[in-house]
Design a protein around this ligand. Structure first.
Ligand SMILES: Cc1ncc(COP(=O)(O)O)c(C=O)c1O
Ligand SMILES: Nc1c(O)cccc1C(=O)C[C@H](N)C(=O)O
Length: 424
């Protein structure tokens, strides 16, 4: 059985239409990297685009803003247009700017307008903490108590959300809904289309956090009628730690005054008139604030070239197939060893990683790292494994599970402290 699976993995690798993209990345020597859902690996393209940004600065100085192959002044717009297909949007609806948390602040500062009974923001108990902090602080800025005005949909099993429960919580007290497309721990993929439609039918605005879905799952934000979305580019998009994030604002909202205005949100024709009257850009560009962080935006260009070449549909197909294989191996090779798979199994219900619960998860994560498999751990007991379509192979998945099996059989994890790392 084991050998048959290994041969199967090798055969799939042979037939893999995306296998050439592995060469585009710097893979840590001797390691199997399965943490691309937290920080994607550096690609040669991303590295090249950073060097090109530095060269432009070195050679052109101030003229880099308007001259050269990739002038800085329209760069955020250019990246937005390149990224638009990944979220299913028109070029003018997407901007590469800010960060996840900052963009959520910008979106709420713009779209959260408590009026009459509609004063609540609806989120969920499984959301990433930073989103919740941003929501709480936006409520406070309106003089409202988060304990009362932030509603969080509960989770029955502590890992997943029930879409019916989310929709049932959309009362006429809710002004805005903020949810993650893919939940950061369990990897559950929510039915964005259905939930968005339900919010719109009830006159509620809806915004999606795409941190764990962008680059892993295709989206059709524009067609679904999503009001806004925000994300980072350092996970599946491989644009580097702290790289500039992204946002989407549906075209029906264009022309509004952004909640947080700054001169880079100006109509570009008049920005350098230096007028004290703010003339916002007519599209998602209006939501930029200050000078773009060019050196952290530069790698996004190289990363997006790879996505354009590989194609999102192919990436999703391989990602699903990798995670399906991983789940199958966990169930066969690791049977009886105390693991339970807590991500949903169905293809249309899971994102790009597999989430395993084990009572020894923290020590197993340490042991895996020592064995050259890079997972991540989320307290109290979740091991996340993300085989990434652009740079992981089926053989990586097979080999990672063999190393994990050895750790369990030999009880290698018992040598480690039951304590998470600083950046777990
Ligand atoms: C779902 C989700 N939201 C928000 C964040 C925070 O993003 P940032 O630190 O880029 O603002 C992260 C990751 O760190 C995340 O996974
Ligand atoms: N943003 C991160 C960071 O600055 C340091 C370490 C990890 C991260 C992450 O992105 C964690 C990630 N959002 C998660 O899903 O847990």
């Amino acid at each position: 059985m084991t050998n048959a699976m290994k041969e199967q993995a090798a055969a799939w690798d042979q037939a893999d239409v995306l296998s050439r993209f592995r060469e585009e990345f710097y893979l840590p020597a001797g390691e199997i990297y399965l943490d691309g859902n937290s920080l994607g690996l550096l690609s040669k393209r991303a590295e090249k685009s950073v060097w090109e940004a530095l060269s432009a600065w070195r050679e052109r100085g101030i003229d880099g803003w308007i001259e050269g192959e990739r002038p800085w002044f329209p760069f955020a717009e250019r990246l937005g247009a390149m990224m638009a297909p990944l979220v299913g949007a028109d070029a003018e609806e997407v901007m590469v700017t800010g960060s996840t948390t900052v963009n959520l602040h910008q979106m709420l500062a713009t779209f959260y307008r408590p009026q009459g009974a509609r004063t609540h923001i609806l989120a969920d108990v499984l959301n990433f903490p930073s989103d919740i902090y941003a929501i709480q602080s936006q409520l406070r800025l309106h003089g409202l108590d988060p304990a009362e005005h932030l509603l969080q949909v509960k989770s029955e099993d502590g890992h997943t959300l029930d879409e019916d429960a989310i929709i049932a919580a959309m009362s006429d007290e809710v002004a805005v809904v903020v949810l993650s497309a893919v939940l950061y721990r369990s990897g559950q993929l929510l039915d964005m289309e259905r939930i968005t439609q339900a919010a719109r039918e009830r006159g509620i605005l809806i915004g999606w956090d795409l941190c764990h879905s962008i680059g892993a799952v295709p989206h059709r934000l524009s067609e679904w009628g999503v009001d806004f979305a925000f994300w980072c580019n350092y996970k599946y998009l491989n644009s580097g730690p702290g790289s500039v994030g992204g946002l989407f604002v549906h075209k029906r909202h264009h022309g509004r005054l952004p909640g947080l205005a700054g001169w880079f949100g100006s109509n570009k024709e008049v920005q350098f008139d230096m007028d004290h009257h703010f003339t916002p850009a007519s599209d998602a560009g209006a939501y930029q604030i200050g000078t773009p962080h060019l050196l952290s935006a530069a790698p996004v260009y190289g990363s997006l070239e790879l996505f354009r070449e590989a194609g999102m549909e192919q990436i999703r197909r391989k990602s699903l197939s990798l995670t399906r294989f991983l789940m199958e191996l966990v169930e066969t090779e690791l049977a009886g060893m105390g693991f339970s798979i807590v991500n949903p199994r169905a293809d249309n219900r899971r994102g790009g990683h597999v989430a395993l619960v084990h009572e020894e998860a923290v020590r197993i994560a340490h042991a895996l790292k020592e064995a050259g498999v890079i997972p991540d751990f989320r307290a109290p007991n979740i091991l996340r494994l993300a085989p990434v379509a652009l740079y992981n192979s089926y053989t990586d998945v097979w080999e990672a599970v063999q190393r994990l099996k050895r750790i369990m059989v030999e009880k290698e994890y018992e040598r480690f402290e039951k304590k998470r790392g600083v950046v777990a």
